[in-house]
Ligand binder design. Structure first.
Ligand code: AMP
Ligand code: ZN
Length: 471
């Protein structure tokens, strides 16, 4: 079951094709690094993809990066975000420089996705690689009478697409009433949106030199990498009103067929109950979390504790609680079960987990099932381990690593970021242990524990972890 924004109901998932599923996710505008709020919008398709893989489907998943043409206002106004970023970094504005400016942000996005535990998208497309395809669609829209040329570019004529605004129930007549007076007088309707913007710089087209509009790029990349009809399209909830309604109008006017079967939108990660955003100075990155001793999977676990359609407020206290819960799990897997061989998954718990997570990705309930399993004294360690492995094939929390890798990851961050006092005690304990002074070593362990840290002596050395509270 998936909650489809287009119908505002939970629907049974039925793929368009028999064995394969086509999935498209709107990616970042690469004028800066992604923040951890953005990652919520890539967690959703990753969970879906993993669930579908488990059900035996092959899944093609495209994520795009917008490397030009996304204005600071989601409509047709404002400044181009990429050019703004280029000016910030002192770049001369040229098409080649636009490409180079984006490179490090694309690389850091790839790295964030991998660190966050996501499967690599089958295609990570750059909008600037698909300009010819975008121009072609615009030409078709003009030929078919859905678009018209104005002195500053080409516009989509929403009046020709009566069902415009399905997502988020957008009423275009209200848009007309609320339109500002300075709205472009050449537009036939204030909700008409730019397919092409003329500019002094840009690509050559039969409409002049300039840039494709923001919405057309996703339609072109979805068509090119997946096809004309896709199963699932995802993005943050801000995208539904303008960007995704625009995509539907363009695509369906070209093909005459339904563009997307299921639209999924995630709610925001907030800070002090306001949307996390780079522009507001609240954009925290994964590496900021690492500097404070939190791993990307701690953050992933924290995201999973809430439902993707509910807004969720980020605090370090909440992340600490997630960290402790995940550490408890990892200690079970990599320390308590270091010598245990996983047997076979526990049928009841495996079924309960799949049932909850398949219900519109109800991850909070799925985690509740996980903790029920952990507490169940009648299930053997061998079976718990095997069941956790099946859970992790969907959740991707790093519970399927080798014992050596798992142990290394467990204490790695904490050992690096523990307070100096704790580091000193740890070093002293190592010396005492080398001198086989076990009594003193035990006293030092107690002192370290009094600072809120647990030590695990693993073959690759001692590992610190912040003590998980039993709350
Ligand atoms: P952007 O780089 O702003 O184009 O955003 C990339 C993706 O992240 C889009 O799907 C946005 O809707 C989503 N997004 C942006 N900010 C947040 C946030 N604070 N919480 C969750 N998703 C977000
Ligand atoms: Zn998009």
């Amino acid at each position: 079951m998936l909650f489809n924004t287009a119908t505002r109901t939970k629907e049974e998932f039925k793929p368009i094709r028999k064995n394969s599923v086509l999935l498209y996710s709107c990616g970042p505008t690469v004028y800066d690094h992604a923040h951890i709020g953005n990652l919520r919008s890539y967690l959703v398709p990753d969970l879906i993809r993993r669930l579908l893989l488990r059900s035996g489907y092959t899944v093609k998943h495209t994520i795009n990066v917008t490397d030009f043409g996304h204005l600071t206002d989601d409509g047709d106004d404002g400044e181009d975000k990429i050019m703004k970023g280029m000016r910030r970094e002192g770049y001369e504005i040229t098409l080649e420089n636009m490409r180079s400016f984006a490179e490090p942000y694309i690389a850091s996005f790839r790295k964030d996705l991998a660190d966050f535990g996501n499967l690599e998208p089958t295609d990570l497309t750059r909008a600037s690689d698909y300009v010819a395809e975008q121009i072609k669609i615009i030409e078709t829209l003009i030929e078919k009478g859905y678009a018209y040329e104005a002195s500053d570019g080409v516009y989509f004529d929403v009046g020709k697409f009566p069902s415009y605004g399905v997502l988020g129930n957008v009423d275009i007549e209200q848009l007309r009433a609320g339109a500002r007076v300075e709205v472009n007088p050449e537009k036939r309707h204030p909700a008409d949106f730019a397919l092409w913007k003329n500019a002094s710089l840009g690509w050559k087209s039969r409409f002049g030199i300039g840039f494709p509009g923001w919405h057309i790029e996703c339609t072109a990349m979805a068509f090119a990498t997946l096809g004309k009809q896709i199963d699932i399209h995802t993005g943050g909830e801000d995208l539904m009103y303008t960007h995704h309604n625009g995509e539907i109008a363009q695509a369906e006017s070209v093909t005459g067929k339904q563009y997307v079967r299921y639209w999924l939108h995630n709610a925001f990660v907030t800070v002090s109950d306001d949307r996390m955003a780079k522009s507001k100075g609240t954009g925290i990155r994964l590496e900021d979390l690492a500097a404070r001793g939190f791993s990307p999977t701690d953050y992933r676990y924290w995201l999973l504790t809430s439902h993707y359609r509910s807004p969720v407020n980020f605090t370090f206290e909440a992340l600490e609680a997630a960290h402790q819960a995940l550490t408890r799990l990892k200690r079970f897997v990599y320390i308590d079960c270091a010598d245990v061989r996983a047997s076979y998954p526990h049928e009841k718990y495996e079924h309960a987990f799949l049932k909850t997570i398949s219900d519109d990705l109800d991850t909070p309930k799925a985690l509740a099932v996980l903790w029920e399993l952990m507490k169940d004294q009648t299930v053997t360690k061998e079976q718990k381990l095997a069941t956790l492995h099946t859970y992790d094939a969907i959740l991707s929390l790093g519970l399927c690593d080798t014992v050596t890798e798992g142990q290394a990851a467990l204490g790695h961050l904490e050992t690096k970021t523990a307070p100096e006092e704790v580091q000193k005690l740890l070093a002293e304990r190592e010396k005492t242990r080398a001198a086989k002074n076990w009594l003193r070593a035990d006293q030092l362990r107690d002192e370290i524990e009094a600072h809120g840290y647990t030590i695990d002596d693993t073959p690759s050395g001692p590992r610190l972890s912040r003590t998980a509270s039993d709350a």
